[in-house]
Write a protein that binds this ligand. Structure first.
Ligand SMILES: [Zn+2]
Length: 486
């Protein structure tokens, strides 16, 4: 017994040593040899240009027939008028009518080009919510140090910010070594198939291979992420896939006074409930681990020890993350029943019943593997599983956070926002960037403005707005990024 206790003690001491060694070797990945980015003059006319861009109602609808494309024409004219140097010195190609591709030829053609992108369409304002806006969504008002309106965050500030940066650099006589492409889609909010997908296809047909791509995506989360209270700049290195499935069942119908033990509604309901009771497995290797490698070392000692020893505490980390909806979404393919339709009258047995379930697919899995698992879990041939008529996509490949291009973005962030922690992460929503993954292994998703839990709700929501000071920083970020990308 004594011997056993001694062995146990030795094992415990050994374990403690391993845990501590790992914790001390869990070194910060934040770049520290970073020079402060030079100030970039941004005068009020730049702020007014963003406000003017908001006034052009470039709303895209899922049903393209509803989209007022004259607004797109106006927007393109507005760009040409507002950024004369850019339009004189860069080559502009319109692809599939409203997709915009600009080429700024570099002097060193042996360098692979970089591509910075965004989209100039916006989501509609939901009918009935107009009155909840403190400023009208398309008035482009500048008040109390903020620019108000639909698109100030998603994504006209990035589009205009890029134009301001390029125009400013041209004015300063800057000539890039590396060719720079700018691409802007007109339908990101409605699939991106007309804009970004066509532009990407064009570049691919020309066999262009890109050093890196930067699209909208992660933000500077000023209230931190779980485990860390400091502001964190999140750079999306991958994004989840998407598929919706219909689960349907048919029964005989008839009078509800003599029902069978289970109607079609019961069958489908039980299938949905099986899916909810059997979530997809939680995995840390689809992006979460990369994030912890970067934010872990910045945490207080206790948490740092846990994240430095995921070999031991992995299940604990997963358990804690699963506790919140946002944490859970980073960990697994999510299951969301979104539509349920069946029945016409309270005393009539239903014939057909259908539930639609939306899945957001974790990298490493696929549309196909999701369908297979769903059938396996339901395990009832009376319930048919079929694809809902909507666009599906496989998850994006994971871009390497150790690539030089990631470091360029990391360095640029730290030079403009010195106090933030930079971290790669998995995006749970979709972006246009997914169409570009064949053009470069380095596809990143980051928009350089600060946001917190509260302000994030205004994206696609009500009272979307951007602080003028933050917009100035965005222009400084893009200017510095282009300079750093040489
Ligand atoms: Zn967007």
């Amino acid at each position: 017994m004594k011997r056993f206790l001694r062995l146990l003690l030795i094992a415990l001491v050994l374990l403690a040593v391993i845990l501590l060694v790992n914790t001390f070797r869990f070194k910060s990945k934040q770049l520290t040899d970073v020079q402060t980015a030079p100030a970039v003059p941004v005068n009020d006319s730049a702020i007014n240009r963003l406000a003017e861009a908001i006034r052009i109602r470039t709303v895209s609808f899922t049903d393209y027939a509803l989209t007022d494309t004259t607004q797109f024409d106006q927007f393109v004219q507005f760009l040409k008028r507002s950024f004369p140097l850019t339009h004189a010195q860069l080559k502009l190609e319109t692809i599939n009518q409203y997709g915009l591709l600009y080429e700024w030829k570099g002097q060193n053609t042996s360098l692979k080009p970089a591509l910075l992108m965004g989209h100039y369409d916006v989501v509609p304002v939901i009918q009935g919510t107009q009155r909840m806006w403190k400023r009208p969504p398309f008035a482009g008002l500048i008040e109390n140090g903020a620019i108000y309106g639909r698109g100030t965050l998603d994504d006209k500030s990035a589009v205009l910010g890029l134009f301001e940066a390029v125009e400013g650099l041209l004015k300063a006589g800057f000539r890039p070594q590396r060719t720079l492409y700018l691409s802007f889609g007109q339908d990101e909010e409605a699939s991106g198939r007309r804009g970004a997908a066509s532009i990407a296809r064009t570049l691919k047909a020309r066999k262009i291979s890109l050093e890196y791509i930067l699209d909208e995506g992660g933000i500077i989360k000023t209230d931190g992420v779980p485990g860390i209270k400091k502001p964190v700049a999140l750079i999306g290195i991958t994004e989840k896939g998407f598929v919706s499935l219909n689960l349907s069942a048919r029964s005989n119908g008839g009078h509800s006074s003599m029902p069978p033990p289970q109607t079609s509604i019961g069958l489908v309901a039980s299938a949905v409930s099986k899916l909810e009771a059997n979530p997809f497995p939680a995995r840390l290797d689809a992006g979460a681990n990369f994030m912890f490698d970067y934010i872990g070392p910045e945490m207080p000692f206790g948490q740092r020890l846990v994240f430095a020893n995921r070999w031991l505490f992995g299940s604990l980390v997963k358990k804690i993350m699963s506790g919140t909806n946002s944490g859970n979404a980073v960990l697994r393919t999510t299951t969301a029943p979104t539509i349920f339709s069946a029945g016409v009258k309270d005393n009539v047995l239903p014939i057909d019943a259908t539930a639609t379930v939306n899945f957001r697919i974790l990298p490493g899995e696929s549309v196909q593997s999701v369908i297979e698992r769903v059938k396996e879990v339901i395990d009832d041939e009376r319930v048919q599983v079929s694809q809902f008529k909507s666009l599906d996509s496989n998850p994006a490949p994971i871009s390497d956070p150790t690539a030089p291009a990631f470091e360029v973005i990391h360095r640029t962030i730290r030079s403009v926002f010195p106090a933030v922690v930079v971290a790669p992460y998995l995006m749970v929503g979709g972006t246009d960037a997914r169409y570009y993954t064949d053009l470069s292994p380095n596809v990143y998703r980051f928009t350089p403005y600060p946001m917190n839990d509260e302000s994030l709700k205004t994206i696609h929501g009500t009272n979307e707005r951007l602080m003028v000071a933050d917009y100035r920083q965005m222009i400084r970020f893009y200017t510095t990024l282009i300079r750093n990308s040489q």
